[in-house]
Design a protein around this ligand. Structure first.
Ligand SMILES: C[S@@+](CC[C@H](N)C(=O)[O-])C[C@H]1O[C@@H](n2cnc3c(N)ncnc32)[C@H](O)[C@@H]1O
Length: 377
């Protein structure tokens, strides 16, 4: 396998091959248009094998198990994650022989098998999957591979109280802003939780939390991850959109933001994570080259207050970009304030942010817990 697998896991990856857990039908980007096309191990074994051997995610289910659509409006609903990211997450989790581990998001069962290999026969891995068909396929793959992990079906947002307490908990589906309190309640003091964490504006990052003896969990973010969401943490980015007449009647202004600012606001390697973390409940949709090369459309919306902003940015034209805003919140102004904050704080990436969780609140901080960026609830 062509990965930069974290060294501690390289041997485990060799002993628990991914191919044993990937179903015969996988999904790849349709070369002829939007959406996905199926690749079958039986009819196109070389394409299947190349996809499974690559250091890339393999999509194993689309549309929650429903058939591909005619119009290409398909979405991936389960995958085997990119192996180098799997290794980074396992490295962050750092499970030890003999430990009890809970995984949320069984998918193919491969990650559970890697975990089971590491904790050994004196440990225990429980993995929970919300989709009953996926859970059943994973159970069969685990049995076929002779792996003793317990694969259960249910909503992993509630953890798995029957198996608690756990020494380690790993989610392989992302949370949106709030770490489910049930996970921390099922972690033993001194235990560790690893989960992808994201907002509807930003991409995600990996969050590694350690629980102390007083019941306070704290830790830092790292990396830049785009992960599938836990089902209950998903939000349709197209859940509400004002019609053209409403947008036409919105407040119109010019903005002095230029293309280079847009890059910093939208680039996951730059400001996107921190800016998203500053913007409660704001989803971002960007349509690059929507009206031709360099003519982008950026939309921000908040479904709760029904606020909306739209930026028409023509980076080929020196004229200022146009912003339309409507609803009780001025979302573009808020995004600009967050962008200014990011500059004022020396452009922090995810690794300068952390999260501290008590029984009452989840607090996002910059550099040290004293510098609060945002608090939930
Ligand atoms: C990226 S895949 C996980 C990959 C998996 N760990 C593997 O090794 O193949 C994310 C999985 O999380 C599952 N999922 C989403 N929401 C969930 C929930 N609330 N509880 C349990 N599983 C969930 C999805 O159905 C999907 O199979």
């Amino acid at each position: 396998m062509t990965t930069d697998t974290a060294p501690a896991w390289a041997v485990v990856f060799e002993q628990v091959p991914r191919a044993g857990f990937i179903p015969d039908t996988i999904w790849v980007d349709d070369p002829d248009g939007p959406g996905f096309t199926a690749v079958s191990r039986r009819t196109d074994p070389s394409a299947w094998e190349a996809a499974v051997a690559a250091n890339a995610p393999v999509i194993t289910q689309i549309n929650l198990g429903e058939p591909a659509t005619e119009n290409g409006e398909d979405f991936p609903s389960s995958s085997s994650s990119q192996p180098s990211i799997v290794a980074d997450m396992l490295d962050a989790l750092d499970p030890r022989p003999g430990e009890r581990v809970l995984e949320i998001g069984t998918g193919t069962g491969w990650n559970a098998a890697l975990l089971a290999h590491r904790v050994g026969p004196s440990g225990q891995v429980t993995t929970i999957e919300v989709d009953p068909a996926l859970a059943e396929t994973a159970r069969q793959a685990l049995t076929a591979a002779g792996v003793a992990a317990e694969a259960v079906t249910g909503d992993g947002a509630a953890g798995w109280p029957a198996g608690a307490p756990f020494d380690r908990i790993i989610a392989t589906a992302s949370v949106r802003e709030i770490v489910p309190p049930a996970w921390l309640a099922q972690l033993r003091p001194g235990g560790r939780l690893v989960t992808p964490w994201g907002t509807d504006y930003g991409n995600g990052a990996l969050l590694t939390l350690d629980l102390d003896a007083d019941g306070i969990a704290s830790g830092r973010f790292s990396g830049n991850l785009a992960f599938m969401r836990l089902r209950s943490h998903q939000r349709s980015l197209f859940g509400w959109e004002p019609d053209d007449d409403t947008v036409a009647a919105a407040e119109v202004a010019a903005t002095d933001v230029r293309g280079k600012d847009l890059d910093m606001m939208l680039n996951p390697e730059k400001g996107r994570f921190a800016i998203g973390a500053r913007l409660p409940n704001v989803a971002l949709v960007v349509e690059w080259d929507a009206h031709g090369p360099g003519r982008h459309v950026l939309e921000l919306d908040d479904l709760i207050t029904r606020s909306y902003a739209r930026l028409d940015a023509d980076v080929t034209d020196p004229a200022p970009f146009t912003v339309r805003q409507l609803g009780p919140r001025r979302l573009w102004d808020e995004a600009l304030a967050a962008y200014d904050w990011w500059h004022e704080h020396a452009k922090p990436g995810p690794d300068r942010l952390g999260l501290a969780i008590t029984d009452d609140a989840q607090t996002l901080f910059l550099d040290t817990p004293e510098t609060v960026v945002r608090t939930w609830p």
